[in-house]
Design a protein around this ligand. Structure first.
Ligand SMILES: [Zn+2]
Length: 67
């Protein structure tokens, strides 16, 4: 059976061939992984800030109700 895509280029750099069934070449696999990890860290910081804001709002509601 003839395979249709024997030489698939990396979708990120468009310069290197990818391992079979993978979208990125070896170099870009590590680069994308680092970008994803950085994005998750930033998302965690963002959600942590929202959680703190939510707690602050709840504490203000409680103190307003007690007054
Ligand atoms: Zn690449």
């Amino acid at each position: 059976m003839r395979r249709r895509f024997t030489h698939v280029m990396c979708i990120r750099c468009h310069e290197n061939e990818t391992p079979e069934g993978r979208p990125y070449c070896i170099h870009c696999t590590f680069a994308v992984r680092a970008e994803v990890e950085d994005g998750l860290r930033r998302l965690t910081d963002y959600l942590t800030a929202w959680a703190a804001f939510d707690q602050w709002c709840a504490s203000r509601t409680r103190s307003a109700a007690a007054a």
